[in-house]
Design a protein around this ligand. Structure first.
Ligand SMILES: *Cc1c(COP(=O)(O)O)cnc(C)c1O
Length: 387
């Protein structure tokens, strides 16, 4: 018989999370999540689900009936959207300007789709003219794009222009709003987005595990008219909606406490007001951006498409990106992240999301960053004068 391993009671370090996610959890969400479980058919639990749906419609700015929380992380919602909308033989257009556009393509392929791409360099948004050209060339059935690309810190502008192009070609649009939902202006219905998903652990400051998803009328019709069943039984929206909708059929056990937490996180959005929340992210991240510039650092994303919830900052010549990341963690308990994929070693990624997006965190980070740069013999004053 194996003997039990030696462990101690949970005792985690106290970090300030300013990376690409998870962000810090709002204390009210933590309290809600320590509430005792209810059965998945308990009328009180079904009411919690109704609240989540209504609060999500507000947060997404949509009237979509199919608005729900997927059991799983952001990728589960991404796979739900793509796996249900893309049928074998469909063509899906995805962008090449970041890590998560690439992931969209991988999921479309698994769903039996043919994947075509529209190009832009990493660190730049898509140009609507290039999207129009890609539509003329490939006539895709589905167009996926990333509203807030967490790998590069780019917020895609001109979203209504992109969705117009898609609709002129009778294509369905899927938007990844994981790092924008509740942190950056986003209007699902006004902007013509047919399907979108967010994330609880980014600007909503909840735990990962129950992920916002909304499906509009066009996308729903495509799903309901599929010739073949969706490849995943667990993520099959027709079946999942039998539980979220009026039938209330058991499909799988809802992640109980994640729903408690998500409901509270969404109530916090409603209390603050969506527009105030967008403004807070702009303001606090604006202080971060200008504070870093005063240290002589350069933002990697142009102001027109800067993403306040994820700030990409160029690593100066002669500075070791991971040494700075380690210093912030070891000396200040602050988490930031390195670049991903094509930008590894070139940028730092500093999140400013939800409960983490507070002035006290920015002040602390700026002090810590100055210290970390000086420890690397980077002349902050000299660089600031040059900048
Ligand atoms: C974090 C993220 C995801 C994936 O979410 P997980 O919760 O890690 O599965 C997808 N898209 C973008 C843009 C992200 O930032």
């Amino acid at each position: 018989m194996r003997s039990p391993p030696e462990t101690s009671e949970l005792d985690t370090p106290s970090r300030i999370l300013m990376g690409p996610g998870p962000s810090m959890i709002d204390p009210r969400v933590l309290r809600a999540m320590s509430t005792q479980a209810l059965g998945y058919m308990d009328p009180s639990f079904l009411e919690i689900m109704d609240d989540i749906q209504e609060l999500l419609r507000y947060t997404f700015q949509t009237d979509n009936e199919w608005t729900l929380a997927t059991s799983g992380t952001g990728t589960a919602a991404m796979e739900t959207a793509i796996g249900n909308i893309v049928e074998p033989g469909d063509t899906m257009l995805v962008p090449t300007n970041g890590y998560f556009g690439n992931r969209m393509g991988k999921l479309a392929k698994r769903a039996g789709g043919d994947v075509v791409t529209v190009d832009a360099p990493w660190g730049e948004p898509l140009d609507p003219a290039d999207v129009a050209d890609a539509f003329d060339e490939h006539q895709p059935d589905v167009f996926g794009f990333i509203h807030a690309e967490t790998s590069t810190g780019v917020c895609q502008p001109d979203v209504p222009e992109l969705t117009d192009i898609a609709h002129e070609h009778d294509a369905i649009t899927i938007a990844d709003c994981v790092t924008s939902l509740s942190g950056v202006e986003l209007r699902i219905d006004d902007w013509g987005i047919d399907a979108a998903y967010g994330s609880p652990q980014k600007c909503l400051s909840c735990t990962p595990g129950a992920t916002p998803l909304t499906i509009g009328e066009r996308a729903r019709q495509k799903i309901e008219n599929r010739d073949t069943d969706t490849g995943s039984w667990y993520l099959d929206l027709d079946l999942v909606m039998e539980y979220w909708g009026d039938e209330r059929n058991y499909h799988h056990t809802a992640p109980t406490t994640n729903f408690y937490g998500l409901r509270e996180a969404l109530r916090l959005v409603a209390e603050e007001g969506l527009e105030n929340r967008w403004e807070r992210h702009l303001e606090v991240a604006g202080e971060l951006r200008s504070g870093l510039q005063e240290l002589g650092l350069e933002p990697a994303a142009e102001k027109e498409y800067w993403l306040p919830s994820l700030n990409s900052i160029e690593v100066p010549d002669g500075v070791d990106d991971t040494a700075v990341i380690d210093y912030l963690m070891d000396e200040y308990d602050i988490e930031i992240a390195s670049g991903l994929g094509a930008l590894e070693g070139d940028i730092w990624r500093i999140g400013c999301m939800g409960y983490s997006a507070r002035r006290q965190n920015v002040a602390c980070l700026l002090t810590a960053m100055e210290d970390a740069l000086e420890a690397q013999d980077f002349d902050v004053e000299e660089a600031a004068i040059e900048a």
